[in-house]
Design a binder for this molecule. Structure first.
Ligand code: ZN
Ligand code: ZN
Length: 358
């Protein structure tokens, strides 16, 4: 139970209470999917504070939680509760990585002056990083919808369509085959546009021989999927393409073959990065190897040369090395995988096609 684990962390951190404001964390702990409100958790009680738009929803989605009917000024309602529970002088953790400065100013006014507020980062996010079997099953379903959509695009895409049209076809396919939303705005980038790792699809008309980078995913039952494929539409017009694609594929293979539980994210990142550096493209892979995926498209762990996140069994991560050659093209290949005790299980099913015959 996530809530039990959170209480263990609260005890270890000597917190009498914890305030959750981050929407995915709120949903993860309570089941409440509304877009506004706070959770307040003590050693033996749990509350949802929200406004009248959500009273019915809280009772339906979070039956084990006590609903505290609040106005838009939820901190005022929390102050009343703290007073009633004689907790006005308590030590309470909050999510410093989510609360805005403006909200903080309101809290300073509304919450008791003698309260000790302790900023935390990743407090709930660390729990979310390790998935239950039920969560994993949902994420796999979200990826299965994305796989089906990409397979559809492999058949559908032709020279003469625009990046935007490809993105729209993908979106319609996913939304009509089980997805409630996109995980993020789909990236479809042709030719040199692909050298921008997070390009926006535009009116560029896709030509025969173009390198096409597509990064996409969808939401099923609240959980996200994430995948990137890069291919040449017909025989590649750029003579560098084949060799560079092979390097990125080799980097994926090195990561998939080498990652296992207990490994620091930094070491996992290095497995792929060394392959790319050895091929002479070390300065063309600017981003991290991957990230956790769950209720949010980017969540813990961060699998990066710049972070110390340790990989544990049950974490769902992406493996997405890339090489970006400005003015030429970009290549990224991204799979989703779950970390296991002795390796990773990749559950992305879409084949990586280097040259899509046309
Ligand atoms: Zn992606
Ligand atoms: Zn990703």
């Amino acid at each position: 139970m996530p809530l039990d684990k959170l209480r263990q962390k609260m005890t270890a951190a000597q917190l009498d209470g914890f305030i959750v404001s981050q929407p995915e964390n709120r949903r993860y702990l309570s089941g409440f999917t509304g877009s506004a409100g706070l959770l307040f958790i003590t050693a033996d009680e749990q509350y949802v504070l929200t406004d009248s738009r959500y009273y019915v929803q809280v009772e339906r989605e979070a039956p084990d939680w006590t609903l505290l009917k609040a106005s838009y000024r939820t901190a005022e309602r929390l102050a009343e509760l703290l007073d009633a529970r004689q907790m006005s002088g308590a030590t309470i953790g909050f999510e410093a990585d989510h609360l805005t400065v403006a909200q903080w100013e309101v809290w300073k006014t509304d919450l008791p002056a003698e309260l000790t507020l302790i900023p935390t980062t990743g407090f709930v996010g660390e729990l979310r990083a390790v998935k239950t079997e039920a969560e994993l099953a949902i994420i796999k379903r979200a990826q299965a919808v994305a796989d089906e959509a990409m397979q559809y695009i492999y058949d559908w895409i032709q020279p003469g369509v625009t990046e935007k049209e490809v993105a729209w076809e993908l979106e319609v396919y996913m939304r009509t085959h089980g997805a409630s939303a996109l995980s993020f705005e789909t990236i479809v980038a042709a030719g040199a546009n692909g050298a921008l790792p997070h390009a926006t699809p535009g009116n560029t008309v896709i030509q025969m021989g173009d390198v096409i980078l597509i990064d996409m995913g969808c939401v099923v039952d609240g959980y996200c999927s994430d995948m990137t494929r890069t291919f040449s539409l017909g025989e590649p017009s750029n003579p560098q393409f084949t060799a560079v694609w092979d390097v990125v594929q080799a980097a994926v293979d090195a990561a998939v073959g080498g990652i296992s539980a207990g490994m620091p994210g930094r070491a996992a990142d290095a497995l792929a990065r060394n392959v790319i550096a050895d091929a002479g493209f070390g300065d063309k892979f600017g981003h991290s190897l991957g990230h956790g995926v769950g209720l949010a498209i980017h969540e813990l762990p961060i699998v990066s040369y710049a972070r110390d996140n340790e990989l544990c069994a049950g974490m769902v991560i992406t493996i997405e090395p890339g090489i970006y050659l400005p003015g030429e093209f970009g290549i990224r290949l991204e799979d989703m995988a779950v970390v296991t005790d002795d390796g990773v299980e990749v559950f992305t099913r879409t084949p990586k096609i280097k040259v899509l015959p046309r």
